[in-house]
Design a protein around this ligand. Structure first.
Ligand SMILES: Cc1cc2nc3c(=O)[nH]c(=O)nc-3n(C[C@H](O)[C@H](O)[C@H](O)COP(=O)(O)OP(=O)(O)OC[C@H]3O[C@@H](n4cnc5c(N)ncnc54)[C@H](O)[C@@H]3O)c2cc1C
Ligand code: SF4
Length: 553
C-alpha cells in the first residue's frame, strides 16, 4: 500500500476502552492514532427534544444495531440481541452509566467454584483498585461512600444522584426485610466538571445526555485526548490488523466516505472494538502465520461470551412517585445475595438494582411487561394507575463463562463495507437459569415489602428461558493465567503477539453481578499505564512473557 502513517501506538475503537487508553497514553506524550468506524454523535442529534423520543428510541435510536441499521453499524446474526452503539464514545453513547465496582471475590471465581469455563483473574481487586480510582476521578462519579457491602471507595466528584420517592420507598422495603442496600454510584455529574453540567433530572438518559452530565467517553475522555494531540480518525473501519514475524505492524482500514483503503503502521496495536467487534476483527485478520485469526492459536478468540443473566420485575404503587424524573440508572441496589451460596442450588449471585419509570409512552406500552394500556374507555384508568407510579427491580446475575457462547464470522452476511458480519451464539447455563428464577422470587419479596402491586408475573425483558438482552457484552478475549486458558496475559498483552493488546470488555475474565464499564475502563487505564512505562520492553519482546516473568509496572 503506497500511502501510510507511522505512529507509536495504534488504538482501534474509540469507545469506553479505546478512549481511556488514548487519553492515558497521550498524557505521556506518546503518539497515538485511533481508528473509529463511526462518527461523532452530538447529544442534541438524539431524539430528546422531540415529543416522540420514547418511540424513536425503539426505532432510529434503538439499542439494537439490527433495528437502527446505520451504515456505520455492522449487522449481527445469531440467536441473541446484543446492544451496541457505533461512534466516538462507542456503546457509552447510550449507556445508563450505573457505576458499581466488581468485588474482591469476583476475581477469584475459579478457586471459589470453577464451574464451566470459570477461571481466576490473573490480578486481584487490590491490584486494580488504584486504577478504578484514577478512572473515577477522570470521568466524575457521583457516589455516597460507606457501603458496608463493598471495600471503601474514594469520595465521588459529587454526592449520589437523587433517589427520589421511589428510592425512599424501596429503601424502606429492603429495611423491613433486613437486606443490604445502598444508593447507587453513577458516572453522572451531580456537580459541574470541566465543560459538563450537573444533571438536572430531566429523565431522558439512555439516548445521550444533552447536558453532558453522563460520562459517555466522547465527553469524558475524548476532549482531553484530542487536546493531547491524538489523531482520531472517524469513519475509519479496520478490516485487518497486519502482522509480520510474529509481531503486529499496524492495520488496514477502509475510509467509509471515500471507500479508499489506508494503512497505519505502529509499534504497538491496541484493540478496543468491544466484545463482539474485537473477536470479529481478530478473526478477520487471519493471515500468513495466523491461519485461524490473530492471537487465536488456542482457538479461544470469541469464546466465553458473557451478558449477565437478567430478569425484570415491574410493579406499581398506589400513589404518585414521579419516577420519570431523574437519571435512569438504578437509584439503589441490594447486594444481599451477591455471594455464592451453593445451598441455593446454584453458584454465583446477583445484584438487585432498583430502577424508576420512563415517560408516558413507555407507561402506555406496559413498561417492560408487554401489558399494554387498552384503547378506548379503559385507557384513562390504566394510565392513571400506572404513569409515574412504577418501579422495577432488575435481577442482574453473574452468568458463567461458557465456552460455546461465542462470536464467529458469518460467511453469508456482510456490513456496508463488504466485511463479514459477526455471528453470536448465547444460551444461559442451567446454573444461570436457576439463579434467575431464585432471584426473581427475591425481587418480588422486596416489591411486596415496599408495598408495590405487581400486575404481571412475567417480564418482557430477560427472563428465565430466552437468552437475555446484551447490554453488557463481555469476555470474548479474556485475560488469564496461561496461554492455554486465555487470550491475554495480566497486562492485556495477547499471548501470541507481544505488541498486540486488548483493552475493552472482551478482556474481562468473569462478569461479576454488576455493570461492567467501571471495571473495563480501570483495566484499560492499567494496561495503558503499563504500555506507557514499559514501552521499550514491549518493543524488544519476541514472545509474550508469562504472568510471573512479565515486568512490573
Ligand atoms: C443501552 C445500554 C445501557 C448500558 N448501561 C450501562 C450501565 O449503566 N453501566 C455500565 O457499566 N455499562 C452499561 N452498558 C455497557 C457499556 O456501554 C459497555 O460496557 C461499554 O461501552 C463497552 O466498552 P467497550 O470499550 O468494550 O466497547 P464500546 O464502547 O462499544 O466501543 C467499541 C468501539 O469500537 C468501534 N469499532 C468496532 N469495530 C471496529 C472496526 N473494525 N474498526 C473501527 N472501529 C471499530 C465501535 O464502533 C465502537 O465505537 C450499557 C450498554 C447499553 C447498550
Ligand atoms: S436526567 Fe440527568 S443524566 Fe439523564 S439526560 Fe437528563 S440531565 Fe442527563
Amino acid at each position: 500500500m503506497a500511502a501510510y502513517t507511522e505512529t507509536d501506538v495504534l488504538v482501534i475503537g474509540a469507545g469506553a476502552g479505546g478512549g481511556a487508553v488514548s487519553k492515558r497514553l497521550s498524557d505521556a506524550g506518546i503518539k497515538v492514532v485511533c481508528l473509529e468506524q463511526g462518527d461523532w454523535v452530538h447529544a442534541m442529534d438524539h431524539p430528546h427534544m422531540y415529543d416522540g423520543w420514547e418511540l424513536e428510541r425503539k426505532r432510529s435510536w434503538s439499542f439494537e444495531p439490527n433495528v437502527r441499521k446505520f451504515p456505520e453499524d455492522y449487522p449481527v446474526t445469531g440467536n441473541t440481541t446484543p446492544y451496541t452503539f457505533t461512534g466516538v464514545g462507542g456503546s457509552t453513547l447510550h449507556y445508563a452509566a450505573a457505576w458499581p465496582r466488581f468485588k474482591p471475590v469476583d476475581f477469584r471465581k475459579g478457586t471459589e467454584h470453577g464451574v464451566e469455563g470459570t477461571i481466576d483473574w490473573p490480578i486481584s481487586y487490590e491490584e486494580l483498585e488504584p486504577f478504578y480510582a484514577i478512572n473515577d476521578a477522570e470521568i466524575g462519579v457521583a457516589r455516597r461512600t460507606g457501603d458496608p457491602g463493598n471495600p471503601a471507595r474514594p469520595e465521588g466528584w459529587g454526592p449520589a444522584s437523587r433517589g427520589g420517592k421511589v428510592g425512599h420507598k424501596m429503601g424502606s422495603g429492603f429495611d423491613k426485610l433486613g437486606w443490604h442496600w445502598w444508593p447507587a454510584d453513577n458516572a453522572i455529574l451531580t456537580r459541574t466538571k470541566d465543560n459538563r453540567l450537573a444533571c438536572n433530572d430531566c429523565g431522558f438518559c439512555l439516548a445521550g445526555c444533552p447536558r453532558h452530565s453522563i460520562a459517555s467517553t466522547d465527553v469524558s475522555y475524548w476532549p482531553a485526548a484530542l487536546r493531547n494531540g491524538v489523531d482520531l480518525r472517524v469513519n475509519a473501519r479496520v478490516e485487518q490488523i497486519n502482522a509480520k514475524n510474529g509481531r503486529a505492524t499496524g492495520a488496514t482500514y477502509i475510509d467509509r466516505v471515500t471507500g479508499q483503503r489506508h494503512e497505519v503502521r505502529a509499534g504497538i496495536v491496541v484493540v478496543a472494538a468491544n466484545s463482539i467487534g474485537t473477536p470479529r476483527l481478530l478473526l478477520m485478520s487471519a493471515q500468513q502465520g495466523h491461519p485461524d485469526g490473530l492471537a487465536n492459536s488456542n482457538g479461544l478468540v470469541g469464546t466465553h461470551l458473557m451478558y449477565h443473566s437478567w430478569s425484570f420485575v415491574d410493579f406499581w404503587f398506589d400513589e404518585p412517585l414521579e419516577g420519570f424524573k431523574g437519571p435512569e440508572p438504578a437509584v439503589l441496589y441490594s447486594q444481599e445475595f451477591y455471594d455464592s451460596d451453593p445451598s441455593r442450588g446454584f453458584v454465583n449471585g446477583f445484584s438487585l438494582q432498583v430502577g424508576t419509570s420512563l415517560g408516558a409512552a413507555t407507561s402506555a406500552l406496559g413498561t417492560n411487561t408487554g401489558n399494554l394500556a387498552p384503547w378506548g374507555a379503559g385507557h384513562r384508568s390504566f394510565f392513571n394507575e400506572h404513569f409515574g407510579r412504577h418501579a422495577l427491580i432488575y435481577v442482574q446475575g453473574e452468568d458463567l463463562p461458557v465456552r460455546t457462547n461465542r462470536v464467529t464470522l458469518d460467511p453469508d452476511v456482510k456490513d456496508s463495507s463488504g466485511l463479514p458480519a459477526p455471528h453470536v451464539h448465547y444460551e444461559l447455563h442451567e446454573n444461570d437459569r436457576r439463579l434467575v428464577e431464585w432471584g426473581q422470587q427475591r425481587a418480588r419479596e422486596a416489591a411486596d415489602a415496599a408495598g408495590g402491586v405487581i400486575d404481571t408475573t412475567t417480564s418482557g425483558i430477560g427472563g428465565i428461558d430466552g437468552p437475555p438482552p446484551g447490554w453488557h457484552i463481555m469476555g470474548t478475549c479474556r485475560m488469564g493465567n496461561t496461554p492455554e486458558d486465555s487470550v491475554t496475559n495480566k497486562w492485556n498483552q495477547t499471548w501470541d503477539v507481544p505488541n498486540l493488546f486488548i483493552t475493552d470488555a472482551s478482556s474481562l475474565t468473569t462478569g461479576a453481578a454488576v455493570n461492567p464499564t467501571s471495571t473495563l475502563q480501570a483495566v484499560a487505564v492499567r494496561a495503558a499505564e503499563y504500555i506507557k512505562r514499559r514501552h521499550r520492553d514491549i518493543a524488544s519482546q519476541t514472545t509474550t512473557p508469562s504472568n510471573a516473568d512479565a515486568p512490573a509496572l
